[in-house]
Design a protein around this ligand. Structure first.
Ligand SMILES: Nc1ncnc2c1ncn2[C@@H]1O[C@H](COP(=O)(O)OP(=O)(O)O)[C@@H](O)[C@H]1O
Ligand SMILES: [Mg+2]
Length: 359
């Protein structure tokens, strides 16, 4: 039997902000294409989605499906050799593709902020963590040193760090992974951003701490009205935090919709497969479960459905023609020729129960 969560969850999908649907669009990504290897191969093949103000979007998919490339494109921090090769990214009316560096410096942190899997790599190992928060407050908000120092201590406390005065003077190596992630979150929200991107932000943490940091993300979102893009290979993380979910496979969006509906009644065989492995084993072991087979390598030429070789339902037709993303009712969409005729099982109820989400 699945091990129950030890920490009660807040901000579950049964309580989205009441006006999430009506809120204005904050981020609009349209037909985004990203190449790697100096332009030699396309790794993200035309991804489109929107994030509304106050909304929490989950991106889920196996390792290598393009989640991080999409996040880094939105943040303007793609690694050397990677580039946006097509499509548009609009943030609050500003086009982010080819945005000049100066404009990025003004936007990053105050408009869009991010936390990644490895918090230590975002901190200077030789500077006490509180001073790093203070510096960010001075840079982003232009606060005086004294005001910034007080604000930094308050911010560390708001991130759930006990004894923030003491933590302020500690060096990164003196703090646990969970504490470091809280410090990085303090820095991320120090400029009062509207959009927070959390790319596998809880993946490296042990299970109890993972739940605590998720709860912190949920309460930051509620208190600050933040929009969140949460990325995880783990559906339970998404189930707990997100209003809507985007399922990525091999650089494509294969299914999207309200989290509860997608998890309880998936329409794409890949989503069902993800749910199947997600509902096997305990919370700790589950992330090691895998779907049989491999996604196609980056740069492979594929005419039809990219999932066909791993799909129990694939026909010749699936392999011989491009499969469009089709809109269904209720804000859902799916990229599967056979979505209307095949019966899939949602293991989402078990995942949700495990995640503490009460649908
Ligand atoms: N800097 C890079 N150079 C070459 N290939 C890359 C680079 N970053 C990502 N890729 C390739 O692009 C694909 C998507 O990567 P990524 O977005 O990191 O996946 P995810 O975050 O879903 O695990 C992977 O196949 C990966 O090998
Ligand atoms: Mg990644």
């Amino acid at each position: 039997m699945a091990e129950p969560r030890r920490v009660p969850a807040t901000g579950t999908v049964d309580s989205p902000p009441p006006d999430a649907e009506a809120a204005p669009v904050l981020l609009k990504v349209d037909d985004l294409r990203v190449t790697v290897g100096g332009g030699s191969a396309e790794a993200v093949h035309g991804v489109s989605f929107e994030v509304r103000r106050g909304e929490s979007i989950g991106i889920v998919g196996e390792s290598g499906s393009g989640k991080t490339l999409v996040c880094r494109s939105v943040l303007g921090v793609l690694a050397p050799g990677c580039a946006v090769s097509g499509g548009t990214i609009d943030y609050a009316g500003t086009s982010l593709v080819n945005l000049p560096r100066k404009a990025w410096d003004a936007l990053r942190g105050t408009g869009i902020a991010a936390v990644f899997q490895d918090p230590a790599s975002y901190l200077n190992p030789s500077v006490p963590v509180g001073r790093q928060v203070t510096e960010q407050l001075r840079v982003k908000l232009g606060a005086s040193r004294r005001d910034a120092r007080h604000a930094a201590v308050r911010l560390l406390a708001a991130m759930g760090l006990h004894n923030p005065e003491r933590v302020y003077h500690q060096y990164p190596h003196e703090l646990s992974g969970g504490m470091l992630q809280r410090v990085v979150l303090a820095i991320a929200v120090s400029g009062d951003p509207a959009l927070l991107i959390a790319d596998e932000a809880t993946t490296a943490l042990d299970v109890t701490i993972q739940a605590e940091v998720l709860d912190l993300l949920a309460s930051l979102r509620a208190e600050r009205g933040l929009s969140v893009i949460a990325v995880s290979h783990d559906l339970a993380v998404i189930a707990e935090l997100c209003d809507r979910v985007l399922v990525f496979y091999a650089g494509e969006l294969v299914e999207a919709g309200p989290t509860a509906e997608v998890l309880l009644a998936p329409r794409h065989p890949y989503t069902e497969a993800l749910l199947r492995v997600a509902s096997v084993g305990s919370w700790e072991r589950r992330t090691l479960a895998v779907i049989d087979g491999q996604p196609p390598p980056v740069g492979a030429t594929i005419t039809g459905c990219r999932f066909a070789d791993r799909c129990d339902f694939a026909t010749e037709q699936c392999r011989s023609q491009p499969v469009p993303l089709t809109e269904l009712a209720d804000g859902r969409s799916v990229r599967c020729l056979r979505a209307q005729e095949i019966a899939l099982h949602g293991a989402g109820a078990e995942v949700a129960a495990e995640a503490g989400a009460a649908w």
